[in-house]
Design a protein. Structure first.
Length: 106
């Protein structure tokens, strides 16, 4: 297993089997994409935290019957990605730049 995708899929299968959720379909690409957006938009440690919270939200929504597993996962990943991307935009605007002590906004 030299291929990174194969290693990730094997790890995902092992992890999901251990949690007895091997029948749940996970869009690995979408999860990794969200992690990348969070890491580059906020700070690197935001990646695992963001994906955890999105997964938790999806699980709670699916478990409570609010949505199917796939719909809950797509919605949670989409919302988290949108929020993380908005942080990058907010951080790049002049209004959000830190000011020196005593400096007034124009």
């Amino acid at each position: 297993m030299d291929n990174q995708d194969e290693v990730l899929q094997a790890w995902l299968h092992k992890l999901m089997t251990a949690f007895e959720i091997a029948d749940v379909e996970v869009d690995t690409h979408a999860v990794l994409n969200l992690a990348g957006v969070a890491a580059h938009s906020i700070v690197r440690p935001a990646a695992p935290l963001t994906t955890f919270v999105a997964g938790l939200a999806a699980g709670l929504a699916a478990g409570s019957g609010q949505a199917s597993e796939s719909a809950a996962m797509a919605a949670a990943l989409g919302m988290a990605k949108k929020l993380a991307a908005a942080e990058a935009v907010a951080a790049s605007t002049p209004e959000s730049a830190p000011r020196a002590a005593g400096e007034q906004a124009e």
